[in-house]
Design a protein around this ligand. Structure first.
Ligand SMILES: [Zn+2]
Length: 247
């Protein structure tokens, strides 16, 4: 006789261990971590998330990226979700961010032949044991059915949050491509992914390098864009004015 499976059991493939797993790791909102049935965004987060509409991708920079796509504004619940993901790299949060990002790319009508990630800092990647940005980009690539191709060596030193504007620009200028990238990107359209864009310095430098390596087009996309990136009056916010944990 069949017994009705709990939503948690269905979510976890009907494993006999599902009830136990639900007890140990109860489903949580991917944005704030509050308990949430099915692991969907809680009501408060669902309301608070401010999406960018498809009409809002930012125009590109000549010789760099053609378009900058964002799924959300980097504020409120979206900002805490990014920080939470960077800190904990929970699969649930990753799946949510990747899905929103993939949808934003699709809605913007962009196609690409491969996906790559803007690099994280060496120190942060070593400390955490993973590169959150690369994992997010790989998840987006998977959703879009595209190959994920790592292109950049990790940035030396610490995270961008510890740098002033000049140091950010210098760090971005020191980015370098991994060996053999030219063969992978030459003549191809590349989707360049980052979790958040605050000043655009890293995206600009990465896209420029990809174009130098022969990429035909580069589309930049991030889960969240700093509001000042979207505003017309101040497209490049002063890093000194950003909250400490931003980078
Ligand atoms: Zn929530």
């Amino acid at each position: 006789m069949k017994t009705a499976k709990s939503p948690g059991a269905k979510r976890r493939g009907g494993s006999l261990l599902a009830p136990l797993l639900d007890l140990i790791y109860p489903p949580r909102c991917p944005l704030c971590g509050a308990l949430s049935e099915e692991g969907l965004p809680c009501d408060a987060c669902a309301v608070a998330l401010v999406p960018l509409t498809p009409e809002e991708p930012l125009p590109g920079l000549p010789g760099c990226y053609d378009l900058l796509i964002g799924a959300c504004l980097y504020e409120g619940v979206a900002r805490s979700a990014v920080l939470r993901y960077k800190k904990l790299a929970l699969r649930q949060g990753e799946a949510f961010l990747a899905a929103r990002l993939a949808v934003a790319v699709r809605r913007a009508g962009r196609t690409a032949e491969l996906v790559t990630a803007a690099p994280g800092s060496t120190r942060e990647t070593k400390r955490r044991g993973y590169d959150a940005g690369a994992r997010l980009a790989a998840a987006v690539a998977n959703l879009l059915g595209l190959p994920f191709v790592p292109c950049f060596a990790p940035k030396a030193g610490g995270p961008q949050k510890e740098r002033d504007r000049a140091a950010r620009a210098a760090a971005a200028a020191e980015l370098c491509l991994l060996p053999g990238v030219s063969e992978r990107v030459s003549g191809r359209s590349v989707l360049l992914i980052d979790d958040v864009v605050t000043t655009g310095a890293t995206m600009t430098a990465c896209a420029g390098l990809l174009r130098t390596a022969g990429a035909d087009t580069v589309t930049a996309a991030a889960f969240a864009l700093h509001p000042q990136m979207v505003g017309e009056s101040s497209p490049s916010p002063d890093p000194a004015q950003l909250p400490e944990e931003d980078f």
